[in-house]
Design a protein around this ligand. Structure first.
Ligand code: TXA
Ligand code: MG
Length: 327
């Protein structure tokens, strides 16, 4: 059931249930992080392997510091600037957190969402929420309550509806390495430019492997079911590979020529705004995946600001079919 009643959400969570809840990045599939049975249920509902750990959500820095052993100076600086917000810190965990949440790893991912309903809900609870994105494992992340309902509605008692997610792409994950330094593991809602403006140059570790030491980097993630291709140049629509097919296009700002009347096209941001493009990305992928098109063809954005996080998701969605085609 979809609703806007925070008290109902609170009641379900207090009873150990798993629910859908809004954040400013994407919708989460939330449950009491301190209750192992509930945490196991999150993995089950999402069909997610238990080796892929969950993010812990709290409402304040005071609550957050209860669950980490140590905050290096750069993490405090980032927290001051971007928490609440689309930032997740990966830090040495305290022993209050069940091992299942972190898949037995030494670090825990912590985040304070900025969505007012999420914060209100978290403040009413005496436990933090463990929450992955509320999509079946490997599929596109949800940015509306309806997206959650479409795929997980039958498995959970309640979805708290907080409207369309303002950021639309997952949080940026910055982690502490054994040497104490910061590494960006997942590009997300806070751009690398904004992070480096406050703590200086940071290493970005990408696409390194398919294990949870490289968060958010499992290949073939965020993927539609239809064949998904990335194209980078103006004559993109004329590739003979696609001419016979019913095509769906996702473009940043402009549509290129040679679009057929049967093609479906979605512009992520006609005014060329990276934030708006990020906000619309997952919904665009879903719309085309659910439509009658046979292939989805997407254009990469310029590599700057949230364009980088959008490209990361596009590349991951397209990976299982073909690398980028340069025409
Ligand atoms: O914006 C977000 O971060 C959303 C909203 C709901 O908060 N959550 C989200 O969660 O994107 P999820 O589970 O879909 O992605 C979290 C990523 C996963 O790739 C996971 O492997 C990684 O973070 N992760 C979580 N805890 C970790 C840990 N202890 N060590 C390494 N990676 C971790
Ligand atoms: Mg996810």
């Amino acid at each position: 059931m979809i609703g806007t009643d925070i008290k109902i959400a609170q009641k379900h969570l207090n009873q150990g249930a798993v629910i859908g809840f809004p954040t400013e990045t994407v919708y989460g599939l939330a449950g009491n992080a301190l209750d192992e049975q509930t945490v196991m249920r999150i993995f089950e509902v999402k069909n997610r392997p238990t080796y892929d750990p969950l993010i812990l959500h709290t409402h304040s820095m005071t609550a957050l510091t209860d669950y980490v052993e140590y905050l290096p100076t750069w993490a405090l600086t980032l927290a001051k600037h971007f928490m609440p917000g689309a930032l997740t810190l990966l830090l040495p965990k305290s022993n209050k957190i069940p091992n299942l949440v972190t898949s037995g790893l030494e670090r825990v991912a912590v985040r304070i969402p900025q969505h007012p309903m999420a914060l209100d809900l978290l403040r009413r609870l005496d436990f933090p929420l463990a929450a992955p994105s509320a999509n079946p494992f490997g599929y596109i992340s949800p940015t509306t309550a309806q997206h959650v309902a479409q795929q997980l509605g039958k498995a959970i008692p309640y979805i708290l509806d907080g409207g369309v997610c303002g950021i639309g792409i997952e949080s940026t994950i910055v982690g502490m390495e054994a040497n104490g330094r910061a590494v960006i593991y997942r590009k997300g809602g806070i751009s690398i430019e904004r992070i480096e403006a406050v703590i200086g140059k940071v290493e970005v570790r990408e696409h390194s492997s398919s294990n949870p030491q490289a968060p958010g980097q499992l290949l073939s993630h965020y993927a539609p079911r239809k064949p998904f291709y990335l194209i980078s140049k103006e004559n993109w629509a004329t590739n003979p590979l696609f001419l016979e097919k019913k095509r769906g296009f996702i473009a940043f700002q402009n549509l290129y020529p040679s679009i057929n009347p049967t093609d479906k096209t979605i512009l992520l941001s006609p005014k060329g705004d990276f934030n708006e493009a990020a906000q619309h990305l997952f919904a665009a992928m879903r719309t085309l995946d659910e439509s009658d098109v046979e292939v989805i063809i997407a254009e990469l954005l310029p590599e700057q600001d949230l364009g980088r996080a959008v490209n990361d998701r596009l590349r991951r969605a397209g990976f299982s079919f073909l690398p980028t085609i340069d025409l």
